[in-house]
Ligand binder design. Structure first.
Ligand SMILES: NC(=O)c1ccc[n+]([C@@H]2O[C@H](COP(=O)([O-])OP(=O)(O)OC[C@H]3O[C@@H](n4cnc5c(N)ncnc54)[C@H](O)[C@@H]3O)[C@@H](O)[C@H]2O)c1
Length: 262
């Protein structure tokens, strides 16, 4: 059997217990990486680790709340020393505070978990990624904020996601000389547990997004995981500093054709 492309590499995935992070953890493990699933949700993370093990992959869970930047740094350091280094960092977790949270609190939680934590993890991981000889950081932005003002996302969410694009470019410049690549992905609307707020019904906005998407459907986490794997692998060896949309064409669709004009 041909050697798996990520054999011998260690990957840290934040928010790996659900949705896009879970799919990426499973895909990276299937490609041969030893995966650390870092998340606040112990139960779901344990289930992901068990699923990966059941198909012959290697994964462990480490508890992490990315609203605490010092905890982020500690987990990166601990994982790198425990697993003998780090090759891949997938910065993906972001808090999803309830609408009832006061605006300031919501803003702080989203910016801390969805931007500051990415910066803290990247810099803590950088020396280990450089030493690995294949270092890659992938970060989850979003079309919301990073590509467009999206009415269904909060201002805090859009600001954090736009910030990830700038952070990605700056880190690519800083870490490129040490051989570490840094890219971000901008998913459109992907069918994950985050999307369904109550019951099994798709929210109204998902229905509207489908109507305005050239491919006529929402995205799947497994599709996003393929992009994460590609960017994390040597197949993307000359790609850095980029922000790659994965949205079924939503952001290039001419929405004015669907607007009712006076
Ligand atoms: N689903 C979409 O349509 C979509 C679109 C664009 C971007 N994104 C982004 O993708 C990423 C993953 O979202 P998802 O849709 O897979 O969501 P999800 O809710 O399915 O998974 C998010 C995971 O992050 C974990 N998490 C939440 N807060 C955390 C914290 N403070 N510390 C550690 N872990 C925490 C959760 O426990 C969960 O396991 C997020 O950054 C989100 O903004 C999602």
């Amino acid at each position: 059997m041909a050697e798996q492309e990520l054999a011998g590499r260690v990957a840290l995935v934040t928010g790996g217990a659900s949705g896009i992070g879970r799919a990426a953890a499973e895909r990276l493990a299937a490609a041969g990486a030893r995966v650390i699933v870092a998340d606040v949700d112990r139960e779901s993370a344990a289930a992901v680790v068990a699923i990966i093990a059941s198909v012959g992959g290697e994964a462990v869970f480490r508890p992490l709340d990315v609203t605490d930047r010092d905890a982020v740094r500690r987990v990166v350091e601990a994982c790198a020393s425990e697993f003998g280094g780090l090759s891949i960092l997938f910065n993906n977790a972001m808090s999803n505070p309830l609408l009832s949270y006061a605006d300031d609190e919501r803003w702080n939680l989203m910016l801390e978990s969805g931007l500051t934590a990415y910066w803290a993890a990247a810099l803590a991981a950088a020396p280990y990624l450089a030493r690995s000889g294949h270092g890659a950081i992938v970060q989850t932005a979003s079309i919301a904020g990073a590509r467009m003002g999206f009415e269904f996302a909060s201002e805090a969410y859009c600001a954090a996601k736009a910030g990830i694009v700038g952070l990605t470019r700056r880190l690519a410049k800083r870490l490129g000389p040490s051989g570490v690549r840094v890219n971000c992905i901008a998913p459109g609307v992907i069918r994950t547990p985050r999307l369904v707020y109550s019951g099994s019904e798709e929210p109204e906005f998902a229905r509207r997004v489908k109507l305005l998407t050239p491919l006529g459907r929402l995205g799947e986490s497994a599709e996003v995981a393929e992009l994460v794997l590609f960017l994390a692998s040597d197949r993307a060896s000359y790609i850095t500093g980029q922000d790659i949309a994965i949205d079924g064409g939503f952001t290039v669709a001419p929405m004015f054709e669907n607007a009712t004009l006076p």
